[in-house]
Write a protein that binds this ligand. Structure first.
Ligand SMILES: Cc1cc2nc3c(=O)[nH]c(=O)nc-3n(C[C@H](O)[C@H](O)[C@H](O)COP(=O)(O)OP(=O)(O)OC[C@H]3O[C@@H](n4cnc5c(N)ncnc54)[C@H](O)[C@@H]3O)c2cc1C
Ligand code: SF4
Length: 495
């Protein structure tokens, strides 16, 4: 039984990070590599802090974990050093805890009962650290193995997009006995895990070992396969019993101000994938290469994507980096507008912010100016709060800039191509609309992840991929869906 006063005996300790100078000298993850023994010993102690609450808000899908992770159960197993059983309970609700353990902002920790009155409790249980340690131990112990289905149903499913939503849906459907092919337009599998999220947040071999497991279970992956372009939607409709759309929310929000056309102004998702490619050993075309080296960089957008640009810039040795946000600076502590157990509105300091750069808030960019077609200056004004963002008279300023990165979020999925050709209905925000069973307006076509909910989080993508897969499975088993060999689309790509 859990120790209800464990949190009074064991102080909260987060996973140790490497010194900033070391971090900036390479592209490895920011966390220290502890020995498995030290890691296990420390984290078992951390798990002792969990009270095993009667009402565990941490695992509530509305306030805490979108996956409904069985947090108190695996905390107790970790406390007792039962890593195999903890891994089994963790995988019961999450296909890829190594992704969430590294990347999730951890709404579970914000909802943990110990985050009420932190000055007295010492703070929430370090749930994310415990999750990550369980899965790292599990890989180390060799207990993460393929789990092929015992039966095959003869049904064919196409999953479009290989981000966390598509991968979770594919793994669940394959384990249910369906033949699953994942179509990915990029040259590698992984979606934003592969080409958006920088290496220093998650090294890419972490994805590869999962893909090996999924391949061994029977999932087929086809890269360079853009549905709606070189894979026709008619072929997929004809050959598959169900389709899961998991193509993400790739439409970036632009900044339509004078001078936007100047060279040196790029979307974050033009910049970040290039560095991920370099880290993977690819050559980047010098004609289109974007580098922060020796430049005065301004990042527009104060969110996570902006922070990823910041960390990437610093590893490329810029002259300076500023990060501007239009919203006012959030409070240092949880705002009373977002009381426990809600996700708190408060200032977040990511690993990248510890490494340098200047952050500033309540700033709206009004124009860019340049020389010989390239950006040289950003013009801006300080503004009042949302929703009007009224410029404050006399607050205009100009800042030198050789590289501007726009990280202002995303406006939902790209509509031309697959979505238009399938004719699925969209919701008022332009995402693929579905019913409660994740089915779109076109029978047999489902949607999950950012393509359905708009720009979100890895944890939500996995949760939606799992729920959509369960709905597809029910649909395939309950309906008189005909079967056909899924061959022509794959052949089309191969030819
Ligand atoms: C830079 C950046 C950093 C982020 N960092 C974090 C983080 O630290 N933590 C966190 O929780 N969330 C983070 N997010 C958000 C998170 O990555 C997304 O919410 C998540 O990846 C969405 O998963 P998904 O599977 O729905 O889509 P995606 O990961 O976007 O994958 C969609 C895939 O579909 C493919 N595709 C699209 N259309 C087609 C087509 N027609 N045919 C074939 N393939 C197609 C795309 O190429 C892509 O590979 C970040 C996002 C960005 C942009
Ligand atoms: S809310 Fe916190 S203390 Fe309570 S069960 Fe969850 S992790 Fe443990």
């Amino acid at each position: 039984m859990a120790d209800p006063t464990g949190f009074l005996k064991v102080p909260k300790t987060e996973a140790p990070k490497r010194p900033v100078d070391d971090r900036l000298g390479d592209w490895h993850e920011v966390y220290e590599r502890q020995s498995p023994q030290d890691r296990a010993a420390e984290v078992s102690q951390q798990a002792r802090r969990c009270m095993d609450c009667g009402v565990p808000f941490c695992h509530s899908e509305t306030a805490g974990c979108p996956l409904g992770n069985l947090i108190p159960e695996w905390n107790d197993l970790v406390r007792r050093g039962r890593w195999n059983a903890a891994s089994e309970r963790l995988h019961a609700t999450n296909n890829f805890p190594e992704f969430t353990g590294r990347l999730c902002p951890a709404p579970c920790e914000a909802a943990c009962v110990l985050s009420i009155g932190e000055d007295k409790t010492g703070g929430s249980v370090t749930i994310k650290r415990i999750e990550n340690t369980i899965i790292d131990q599990a890989w180390q112990l060799g207990i993460v193995v393929p789990q092929p289905a015992a039966i095959t149903t003869g049904k064919n499913v196409a999953v479009v997009g290989s981000g966390p939503a598509g991968l979770a849906a594919a793994q669940q459907l394959c384990r249910a006995g369906h033949a699953v092919v994942v179509y990915e337009k990029a040259d590698r599998i992984g979606g934003l895990l592969r080409y958006g999220i920088p290496q220093f947040k998650m090294e890419k071999h972490i994805i590869d070992r999962r893909l090996e497991q999924m391949s061994a279970e029977g999932v087929s992956f086809v890269t360079g396969a853009e549905v709606g372009k070189n894979i026709s939607v008619e072929d997929l409709r004809r050959d598959c019993d169900a389709i899961v759309l998991a193509g993400g929310a790739e439409q970036p929000r632009d900044l339509k101000v004078p001078g936007r056309e100047l060279k040196g102004i790029h979307f974050a998702m033009e910049y970040l994938p290039q560095q991920n490619r370099r880290c993977l050993g690819d050559a980047v075309d010098p004609e289109t290469e974007i580098l922060a080296t020796g430049k005065r960089v301004i990042i527009i957008g104060g969110g996570d994507t902006g922070a990823d640009c910041l960390g990437t810039c610093h590893r490329q040795k810029p002259l300076s980096v500023h990060q501007f946000e239009i919203m006012p600076k959030p409070p240092d502590e949880r705002s009373p507008l977002t009381p426990w157990p809600m996700w708190p509105m408060q200032l977040r300091i990511e690993g990248a912010h510890e490494e340098g750069g200047i952050r500033d808030w309540s700033i709206a960019t009004t124009k860019f100016s340049g020389e010989v077609g390239s950006v040289k200056r950003l013009h801006a004004a300080r503004v009042g709060p949302a929703p009007k963002f009224e410029p404050i008279p006399g607050s205009d300023f100009t800042m030198d800039a050789d590289l501007v990165l726009i990280a202002m979020g995303f406006l939902g999925p790209v509509r031309n191509g697959m979505i238009e050709q399938l004719g699925v209905a969209l919701d008022p925000r332009g995402n693929v609309a579905t019913d409660r069973n994740y089915m779109s307006s076109v029978p047999g076509v489902f949607a999950a992840g950012d393509m359905r909910r708009g720009q979100s989080l890895v944890v939500w993508a996995i949760a939606e991929g799992r729920k959509a897969a369960a709905a597809v499975d029910t649909y395939l088993r309950s309906s008189a869906v005909r079967s056909a060999p899924q061959i022509s689309a794959v052949q089309q790509i191969a030819s």
